[in-house]
Design a protein around this ligand. Structure first.
Ligand code: HEM
Length: 275
């Protein structure tokens, strides 16, 4: 067992008990997605644990994920006890993808939490699905993502649900919201013929010719999607923290591996929309 395996173990145990993988992945994006590449502010700094960030409307529902992070910090193991909050939130995202059958991303620890407990993440950084597609894309570019990385990251919506009382949208994007695969793109390309959720983001992906081509490529080739997704996800999780990260890996070691098997036990999900 290497450090990555030991660090991920408490999250595997959590997901076996409570299948909150999608919520944990969303929390990872909401802690990291506040990054601005020009001012180098925001990013994964653990500010989501403070009520001034957690109580914002865009973070509705993430309190359950943060409670689990606190529990793992207190009662995980000797490796998770050493990790910062921002490390733990990002580790939760990595493990959620791995647990549901997605790429196995190699985690680098060492993120520094925001030093000042009163530090507020600047408002209006996270994309809001109601604000129109060009604003959403502008915000993803402000974080430093290319259009290709944006399209790859959207495939994370293969997992989970939208909840009316959190964002005003209701439903799921794919048939099986507990499996990380490329079905999100297949549903996007089906357009009106798909019975699953379509927000303005899905309409943009299907209508913009550059994005549509990427969706077609990912829908046809799951390994290509996993490769692009893993690289974009690792980038997201390290935004603005690169200089602090400790690496247990050799220089040329790949940042991810394709999954060999899924840890998923579908029968264990008695109440899939509970989280
Ligand atoms: C343009 C950027 C994005 C927009 C506009 C967006 C929008 C949304 C919305 C509206 C929901 C429904 C939330 C709810 O009602 O509970 C959602 C859920 C979710 N998002 Fe995103 N998202 C974006 C990017 C991302 C990224 C980059 C990730 C991860 C890498 C991500 C992961 C998720 C997951 C896993 C869920 C399901 C959560 C659950 O089941 O509780 N999203 N997103």
């Amino acid at each position: 067992m290497n450090i990555n395996h030991i660090a991920k173990k408490p999250f595997f145990d959590l997901f076996y008990r409570s299948p909150c993988m999608a919520l944990m992945l969303r929390a990872a994006f909401h802690d990291a997605g506040t990054f601005c590449k020009n001012s180098k502010t925001g990013g994964p700094r653990g500010t989501l644990r403070h009520s001034h960030d957690l109580d914002r409307p865009e973070n509705a529902g993430l309190d359950f994920a943060m409670d689990q992070i606190e529990e793992i910090k207190d009662e995980g193991n000797h490796i998770t006890a050493m990790l910062s909050y921002s490390d733990l939130i990002q580790l939760g995202g990595y493990t959620a993808v791995e647990y549901t059958g997605g790429p196995v991303m190699l985690f680098r620890m060492g993120r520094k939490d925001a030093e000042d407990h009163d530090e507020h993440t600047p408002e209006d950084r996270l994309p809001d699905v109601r604000e129109g597609s060009s604003n959403i894309l502008t915000k993803m570019h402000r974080m430093g993502f290319t259009t290709q990385e944006f399209v790859a990251l959207m495939g994370s919506h293969t997992l989970g649900f939208a909840h009316q009382d959190r964002t005003g949208f209701q439903g799921r994007w794919t048939q099986n919201p507990h499996v990380f695969d490329n079905t999100y793109y297949k549903e996007v390309l089906l357009g009106e013929r798909s019975k699953f959720l379509k927000t303005p983001v899905e309409h943009m992906l299907a209508q913009n010719s550059e994005m549509k081509k990427l969706c077609e490529a990912y829908a046809q080739d799951q390994n290509l999607f996993f490769e692009h997704y893993a690289l974009a996800h690792v980038k997201m999780s390290e935004l603005g923290q690169e200089e602090h990260l400790l690496s247990e890996f050799e220089e040329n070691q790949p940042k991810y591996k394709l999954p060999e098997s899924s840890y998923l036990q579908l029968n264990s999900f008695s109440d899939p929309q509970k989280y």
